[in-house]
Design a protein around this ligand. Structure first.
Ligand SMILES: [Zn+2]
Ligand SMILES: [Zn+2]
Length: 80
């Protein structure tokens, strides 16, 4: 049986607060573990020094920088 591969769906299944497996989502639509369900990601700075906005896209949350444009969730996590 042929199973089509899916592209363009980046899975985020780690809680950004503690690196545990995400089981739910917080208010911002970011996958988090049960403990951090009510935690919100904020005050994340871009590499250029601007604050990042959290946005929810078709394939999950991402960040937006007024200077650099859209920034992937994964990349923003590396900025922290
Ligand atoms: Zn957590
Ligand atoms: Zn930037």
């Amino acid at each position: 049986m042929y199973i089509p591969k899916r592209y363009g769906q980046s899975r985020i299944d780690k809680c950004p607060f503690c690196e545990k497996t995400a089981v739910t989502k917080n208010k911002q639509g970011i996958p988090v573990c049960a403990v951090h369900k009510d935690s919100e990601l904020k005050d994340i700075k871009c590499a250029c020094g601007s604050w990042l906005d959290v946005r929810e896209g078709k394939f999950g949350p991402y960040f937006f920088c007024i200077n650099c444009g859209n920034i992937s969730f994964k990349k923003a996590m590396e900025f922290r």
